[in-house]
Ligand binder design. Structure first.
Ligand code: MG
Length: 627
C-alpha cells in the first residue's frame, strides 16, 4: 500500500472549561479570544454559573463556540438496584440540561464506586439502555476509561463494553492522560476500533511523577508539549484509524486554574498547533538551527551604565562600540557581547523606568530569522519591531511570555554580515589571551506559575528540550530550576521559579527587577587564568565557605594543589558520571539584580553545577545581608 498524500489541514479545536480560571463567562471569552472552535462544558462550571443553560448556549453562539461535550457523568454503569434505576433517572435530568445547552454529546466515565459490579455484560446492558434513552432525544454518549476506574481502566476494556452494547448512540472517548499514565498506548487501536465509534478525543500531557493516578491527573496535567508523555505518538496512532474530529484539551492543573485565563487559553491553542505539526497534519515553518546567544541587552540609564561598565571591566570586558544613532554601547570580551542601552524613549527605557537596571532582551543566533518570525506568527507569539534609523539593520524580535524581547540574529556562519558593523562605530579589537568564548548560558527568574508557559515558548518556537527539574534549596525556600537546551547543546537557558518571595529568585521577581534574566554565564577556556586577573580587579567575587572545599576534597578525591587553586579563586567544582568537569565562579550581585558566572566546561560536561547551587545561594544571601 502506497503512502497516501494528505493535504495539510487544521482539525477543529476545543478546550474543557475546567482548564481555565474565572467564571464560566470568563472561560468562554478566553477560549474564543484564543481562537478555539469549541468548549467542553464541565458540569461544575455550570453549577456555579448564575444563569440558565440556555444563556450559556446563547453566549457560546455569540462567541462562535460550539459546545463539543457536556461532562462528566460519573459512576453510572454496573450498579446494583436501586442505584441502577436512580442513575437512569439522573441521566434523564442531564439530558434535559444538554438539550438546553444545545450539545448532543455526554461523557460517561468508568465507575469508581466500590459497589460497582465487576461484570462487563452488566455494564454493556446499562450503557445500552442509557444510549437508547439518549437516542430518543437525539443525544449521544461516549464512554471513557478512567485510569483509576474500579473495574474498567483501560481503553480496550471500555471498547469491549461499547462493542458489546452495540448501540449507534454509544461510542468511545479516548483520553491521552488516562491511557499514557498507565503506560498504555493506542498502537493496537487501528484495526480494532472503527473510526466512527471514536466519538471524542481528550488531550493532556503531564510531567513524569510517581504518585497515584488520581492525584497526578487532578493537579498536574499539562498541555501537550509541556510535559513528558508521548502525546504526539498517541494522536498518530489515533489518526491511523482514519479518525478525523476535534482536538479537545482536558487539563486539570492547579497553576492553570490560578493564572489569567487568556494566557492559559492561548498556550492551549499553541500546544495543539504544535501537536498538529508533530503529527504532520499542519506543518509549521521548520525549527531554526541555533548557535548560541549573540548578545544580552541591559536597560539602563547613564549612571547605572557607567557603574555596570566598571563592574564588567573587572571581568575583562571593554567598550567595543557606540551605536550610530542611539545611546547604546557594545561591551565585549572575546565573543561575549553585552549591549548597554540607555536610549530614551525606547523599549529599553520603558523597561528601565518600570524596573530599574535590568536585562531587557536576549539575542539568539539562528540560521534564518525570517523563518522563526513566521513560526512565531503561526504560534501566535507576538512579534516586535523596533524603530530604526536609515541604514541600520532591522533585527526581528519575539516577545517572551514575560515581555522580555528575544532577538533573532542571522548566524554569521551562514554568510551574513555581522550585525554590529551596520549599527555601531566599532573600536579596534583588543588582544586578550583569556577572552571568553561567548555566553555559555543565561538564566531567567520567572514569576510563580510561569514555568509551563516558558517551557512551551522555547519548545514550540525554537525546539529547545527541557531537562529534568531540580529543586534547589535557597536558605529561605525552594527554587525550582529547569534548563531548556537545544538538541545540539548550543543554546542553554535555565529557568528558575520560587514560590517564596524570600529566596534570591523570589525577591528578584517580587521586589526588584520583575521576571527576567538574572544570571549570565560566560564561557571561559581557562577559568583560573581569567580569575587570576579578576581577583586583582574591582569586581568582587562571591566568596565560598571553607566547609565547601573540605567536602569537595572528600567527594572527588582532588589533589591538594588543585583544591588550593579552586579555593583561592572561589571556584566551585562539579564532575559528572562520565568524567566531565565543570569549574565555575560567581561575581557578587550587581545592584542586587544580576550576577555573572565564569565557567569552564571540560570533557563533555553538559550540566550547570546544580549540586553547587545551594552553596552559591547561601553565599549570595550572606552578601545581601551585609550590604
Ligand atoms: Mg477525560
Amino acid at each position: 500500500m502506497g503512502e497516501e498524500m494528505v493535504t495539510p489541514h487544521h482539525l477543529p479545536k476545543s478546550i474543557a472549561t475546567v482548564c481555565l480560571s474565572g467564571s464560566l463567562l470568563d472561560k468562554l471569552e478566553a477560549a474564543a479570544s484564543a481562537g478555539f472552535d469549541g468548549v467542553e462544558i464541565f458540569e461544575n462550571d455550570l453549577l456555579t454559573f448564575d444563569g440558565t443553560p440556555a444563556e450559556v448556549r446563547q453566549q457560546c453562539e455569540e462567541l462562535g463556540l460550539a459546545i463539543t461535550l457536556f461532562q462528566p457523568f460519573r459512576d453510572f454503569e454496573a450498579m446494583p438496584e436501586p442505584q441502577r434505576r436512580r442513575n437512569l433517572d439522573r441521566a434523564e435530568r442531564k439530558f434535559d440540561t444538554m438539550a438546553a445547552l444545545g450539545t448532543d454529546l455526554l461523557l460517561v466515565c468508568s465507575n469508581v464506586q466500590a459497589a460497582a459490579i465487576n461484570d462487563p455484560a452488566r455494564a454493556s446492558a446499562d450503557l445500552h439502555e442509557m444510549a437508547e434513552r439518549a437516542a430518543q432525544r437525539g443525544l449521544r454518549l461516549c464512554y471513557e476509561a478512567l485510569a483509576w476506574g474500579q473495574h474498567v481502566n483501560r481503553w480496550r476494556q471500555a471498547w469491549d463494553i461499547v462493542r458489546q452494547a452495540d448501540h449507534p448512540a454509544l461510542g468511545l472517548c479516548l483520553d491521552s492522560f488516562h491511557t499514557l499514565a498507565l503506560g498504555d498506548d493506542l498502537a493496537s487501536l487501528a484495526g480494532l476500533v472503527p473510526a466512527e465509534k471514536i466519538f471524542f478525543l481528550q488531550l493532556a500531557d503531564a510531567p513524569k511523577l510517581s504518585m497515584d493516578a488520581l492525584s497526578w491527573s487532578r493537579h498536574h496535567r499539562l498541555f501537550p508539549g509541556q510535559g513528558e508523555l508521548p502525546v504526539a505518538r498517541f494522536l498518530q496512532d489515533l489518526l491511523a484509524t482514519g479518525w478525523s474530529g476535534t482536538l479537545s484539551l482536558e487539563v486539570f492543573n492547579d497553576e492553570f486554574r490560578a493564572a489569567p485565563s487568556r494566557r492559559i487559553a492561548r498556550d492551549g491553542l499553541r500546544s495543539l498547533t504544535l501537536l498538529e505539526d508533530a503529527v504532520g497534519l499542519m506543518p509549521l515553518p521548520t525549527l531554526p538551527k541555533l548557535s548560541g546567544i549573540e548578545f544580552v541587552e541591559f536597560a539602563l540609564d547613564r549612571l547605572t551604565r557607567e557603574e555596570l561598565g566598571g563592574f564588567l571591566g573587572g571581568l575583562g570586558f571593554h567598550r567595543a562600540g557606540l551605536h550610530r544613532s542611539k545611546d547604546v554601547e557594545l561591551w565585549r570580551n572575546g565573543t561575549a557581547n553585552l549591549v548597554l542601552n540607555a536610549e530614551p524613549d525606547s523599549a529599553a527605557s520603558e523597561r528601565f523606568e518600570q524596573r530599574g537596571a535590568s536585562v531587557c532582551a536576549m539575542a539568539f543566533r539562528v540560521d534564518d530569522p525570517t523563518r522563526v518570525v513566521a513560526r512565531a506568527e503561526a504560534l501566535a507569539y507576538p512579534v516586535w519591531r523596533e524603530r530604526i534609523a536609515e541604514g541600520e539593520r532591522r533585527i526581528p524580535a519575539i516577545r517572551a511570555p514575560d515581555g522580555t524581547l528575544v532577538y533573532l540574529v542571522e548566524d554569521k556562519a551562514a554568510g551574513a554580515r555581522p550585525i554590529w558593523e551596520d549599527d555601531f562605530h566599532l573600536e579596534p579589537a583588543q588582544e586578550n589571551p583569556n577572552a571568553f568564548n561567548g555566553i555559555d548560558h543565561a538564566a531567567q527568574a520567572l514569576e510563580p506559575g510561569m514555568m509551563d508557559s516558558f517551557t512551551l515558548f522555547y519548545r514550540a518556537l525554537l525546539g529547545l528540550e527541557s531537562e529534568a527539574l531540580w529543586e534547589l534549596p535557597d536558605p529561605f525556600g525552594l527554587v525550582r530550576s529547569r534548563a531548556m537546551v537545544s538538541p545540539d547543546g548550543s543554546l542553554r537557558l535555565p529557568l528558575n521559579v520560587s514560590e517564596s518571595t524570600r529566596t534570591g529568585t523570589g525577591s528578584f521577581v517580587s521586589a526588584l527587577a520583575g521576571a527576567g534574566v538574572h544570571h549570565i554565564c560566560f564561557a571561559a577556556p581557562d577559568a583560573q587564568a581569567v580569575l587570576r586577573k579578576t581577583y586583582a580587579s574591582q569586581t568582587p567575587l562571591l566568596e565560598i565557605p571553607e566547609n565547601y572545599y573540605e567536602d569537595l576534597a572528600a567527594r572527588f578525591g582532588l589533589e591538594d594543589a588543585e583544591l588550593e587553586a579552586l579555593r583561592h579563586h572561589h571556584l566551585l567544582y562539579d564532575r559528572d558520571a562520565s568524567g566531565g568537569v565543570f569549574q565555575h565562579a560567581y561575581t557578587r550581585q550587581f545592584r542586587d539584580r544580576v550576577f555573572f558566572e565564569i565557567a569552564e566546561r571540560a570533557d563533555g560536561y553538559t550540566g550547570f553545577g546544580a549540586a553547587n547551587a545551594a552553596v552559591r545561594m547561601a553565599a549570595q544571601r550572606r552578601f545581601r545581608n551585609r550590604s
